[in-house]
Design a protein around this ligand. Sequence first.
Ligand SMILES: C[S@@+](CC[C@H](N)C(=O)[O-])C[C@H]1O[C@@H](n2cnc3c(N)ncnc32)[C@H](O)[C@@H]1O
Length: 263
Amino acid sequence: MVNNFTCLKPPIKYPGGKRFLIPTVKEYWLKCNSKRLVEPFSGGLSIVLGIAPKNALLNDSNPHVINFYNWIKKGLVIKMPMKNEKSFYYHKREEFNQLILENKMTTKKAASLFYYLNRTGFNGLVRFNKSGFYNVPFGRHSNINYKTNFKEYIPIMKKWNLKSGDFSSIKIRENDFLYIDPPYDVEFRSYSMDEFQWEDQVRLVEWLSNKKCPIIISNQATERIIKLYKKYNFKLKYILAPRMISCNGDRTPAKEVIATKNL
Ligand SMILES: C[S@@+](CC[C@H](N)C(=O)[O-])C[C@H]1O[C@@H](n2cnc3c(N)ncnc32)[C@H](O)[C@@H]1O
């Protein structure tokens, strides 16, 4: 079932956000929209907000982003001051890392700080060092419209379950519809302290191989990814992503592969 909500924008900036894939995923989703949408790599929530299912299971290995969504579900209103100012930013980054150190990552304060750092830091990056501390530098944005009240997300998220862990910890049901958006098969892109390696790309398709429900995967169309998805009998199509990759100084549009099964 689809909700009657107008399409809400993601509440944060997120690297690898797939808003440009909403029409593509929606086309498949509309054929089976009574199902539960499951996103093992939900990141910035652009797809789930774009297609607005009634039931969803959203997982990400980044516990901070999931904590932020959990607080949105509970009606987050940010009370702390938010300033687009370098020294203030680094002070708040320190406070956030202190919460991580003290194991207070699931607090409302951590959720508020996470939002502030994401909006104020460099290029909407979400990056942690090897020890798990947030290390994004100040962003130098000319103007930021900080949101303080997230109540508009409460109704749509009512029946969405949130979870943080490795994708393989999710229990898939027969009546699920899977949208899979792993980190791209490119050189290291750090979302969290654990990198997503080639072995993880392989582990992911192996995990999917015995699932009977409809599956869509999006990834960068590298040679080895195409070979891997073909080996596991996915149907492939390609689209040009609205971002550029630099090849020998050339600026070429990145090619995205859409791999489907049981659809
Ligand atoms: C390409 S992003 C997802 C973007 C999302 N589809 C969107 O439109 O905003 C990939 C996500 O996978 C998460 N991730 C990395 N390794 C993971 C793992 N082993 N299990 C679950 N999530 C993981 C990252 O934290 C990141 O949020």
